[in-house]
Design a protein around this ligand. Structure first.
Ligand SMILES: [Zn+2]
Length: 310
């Protein structure tokens, strides 16, 4: 069964690769890589963030499914796919926002992928209630992308963020990939706005993150043109000043749906070995195209980590 699912996924990944081959040639507000002008006020550091611990998990090849928030309306599965050979751990989360279908569609396909080496952890539908209603989220659930590192006794998405933070430590996750969508293309953006993050890959401000994603974005862009090309953004790195008529960028504590927490970038700042990657496609592109971008970026991360053959 696993083999059948894995081979189906392989076909999907191959299809994505063929698609690419045939192409003509915030303060979690990240800044473009390489820019060095001072930017807007930076995000305050939260002192009470939990540091994921180096727990030891036995190496048992195969697929395991574990419910997160078990027994609740928000229960959602975590797929733990362990390859035959020990290696690094990568976690992929889709559906943090219910109205961003490319992320969860790609993550659902990845849920059956067992790597050759290492461990792939996938939460395909993080906010499954929001997905069911095709909305970003509900106030009573909270916004997962504004609530890291989470709390054990807060809103449902705060508790999910807390679970994910614990999983990062339990499995010693090295790369965390969060799959999102945005309406506008980043290339069209004038003022800082999360509505214009389409076609970006945002990473932690760590050299290993830029070394991992830089070549991947460069390689993709060599096969893409115009607005489909991706921009590599770096969290916390000073960027260019926005035009003077732009409204000030809100800090996380001022954002709707947040309680002073931030996106997964927070985890990378509390857990030193971790690289976080936020992929944002533009919903102005066809869904199948956006899904292929998410799949291709994750596949290339797994290849670069030595978890899949190229
Ligand atoms: Zn999102």
């Amino acid at each position: 069964m696993i083999l059948v699912m894995a081979s189906r996924l392989l076909l999907a990944l191959l299809a994505a690769a063929v698609l690419f081959a045939t192409l003509p040639a915030v303060a979690d507000e990240p800044s473009p890589a390489g820019s060095d002008n001072p930017g807007p006020a930076s995000e305050p550091t939260l002192a009470a963030a939990p540091t994921p611990g180096p727990e030891v998990v036995r190496w048992e090849p195969g697929t395991e499914v574990r419910p997160l928030l078990p027994g609740e309306a928000y229960e959602t599965p975590l797929y733990i796919n362990t390859g035959p050979e020990p290696g690094p751990a990568v976690m992929v989360v889709g559906g943090a926002h219910g109205n961003e279908p490319a992320g969860w569609t790609a993550a659902e396909q990845l849920a059956s992928l067992v790597p050759d080496r290492g461990r792939l952890l996938v939460i395909p539908r993080a906010n499954t209630v929001a997905i069911g209603h095709f909305v970003r989220t509900f106030p009573e659930l909270g916004d997962l992308n504004r609530l890291y590192p989470g709390r054990p006794d807060g809103l449902p998405m705060e508790r999910l963020a807390w679970e994910i933070t614990r999983l990062v430590g339990e499995y010693r996750v090295q790369v965390f990939v969060d799959l999102h969508e945005s309406w506008g293309f980043y290339q069209d953006r004038v003022c800082p706005s999360t509505a214009f993050l389409g076609q970006t890959v945002a990473v932690t401000n760590k050299s290993q993150a830029i070394e991992l994603l830089g070549p991947i974005v460069e390689g993709l862009n060599a096969r893409l043109t115009g607005k489909e090309q991706f921009t590599l953004l770096v969290f916390g790195r000073p960027g260019p000043l926005p035009p003077p008529n732009c409204p000030p960028t809100p800090l996380p504590s001022q954002r709707q749906g947040g309680y002073g927490g931030t996106s997964t970038n927070m985890l990378a700042r509390t857990y030193d070995p971790l690289i976080t990657v936020l992929v944002e496609t533009s919903t102005q592109l066809p869904l199948s195209r956006r899904v292929s971008f998410h799949l291709e970026i994750v596949r290339q991360i797994l290849v670069a980590q030595g978890m899949l053959g190229s």
